[in-house]
Ligand binder design. Sequence first.
Ligand SMILES: [Zn+2]
Length: 381
Amino acid sequence: MFTFNKRIIISLVALFLVVLYLLGCSPKEKSQVVAKSNLKKETKELQSLKVSKEDKTIIPILAYHHIKRNPDNFIAISPEMFEKHLKYLKENGYTTITLDALYNYITKNKPLPEKPVILTFDDGNRNVYLNAVPLLKKYNFKATFFIYPLVIHPKGRSFMSISELKKLHKLGFDVQSHTWSHPYLTKRGGNESGKAYINRIKKELVKSKNWLESTLNKRVEYLAYPFGVYNTEVEKMVLDAGYKLALTIDEGVNIKSTPVTRIKRQIIFKKDTYKNFVDKVTTLPLFVLNLTPKDGEIIYINNPSVSATLQTTKDLNLKTIKMEIDLKKVDIYYNNVTKKISLSKSMQFKKGFHYVTIKARDKNNRLCEASWGFIVKGGGK
Ligand SMILES: [Zn+2]
């Protein structure tokens, strides 16, 4: 009995092995094919990721406020310094483009010149009209002016007059909206109901757009957030009001995947040296993941953790990584394994909008920047 069984078992095992061998090849090959096609798919995805990561077209947008002799506030520069900027752009092959061109590139993939740059001027200061406009004309540069009509009077003093605004438009410069009265769009008044707040913000967005459109007889579709503040609720209202792009003052440069309501700009400060300016124009995007808090998020505690993870450290000089919150350097902890950058200790935040920038130099010493903003409401919902 035992021998018989053993023989049967041996035969069955042999038969099983033969069958397995015969059948085996086919599934094995099939799995190889599947693996191969997966690999192909993955490689393809990786390649497309790589292409988007290495997006060759980088669009810096500069944000100026005052151009005047003896610059007397932190966002004023002299006409001489301003001309140095224009000279740099010209000599280094930059082409000034319009916001239309940026919008068409982001949404319709319409190509841009090789080294595009956008010049913007906020608030409608008269010194810009008097000192910057002649230089822009001299260099034959395009520029966009963000105006809040509340301060535009028929005669004009520290701000441009209506006729100057019309002249600006006639000269071929782009005039766009900076809301009606320059409020913090994310800030609800103490006694204001949710509904009253929404109506007020809608009015700020629509009234300015309508006034500029009828005064200048042109389309107004771009907005610069006053003080650069925004949140997801405001972004939605901006799109609903008919704007196609909205510009922040989050530091860094734009690429094809930059969200249309979070266009980055480099503010030019009085304290900026010529080298700082060159850094701002030549900045590269720094690719980060897991932004905490999220971009445009409203936070109801006053000590949120602030962190982000580098997507890649390739070509970066890791010793140069730093984080700035509201333009001030903060102490950070960088984890070499997870590539996570976080605050080294808990921080108390005031109510309001906070700007976060992560900066690092690449191995060619070029500045790379990632930035985002969040709102601290504090005191619970
Ligand atoms: Zn402003």
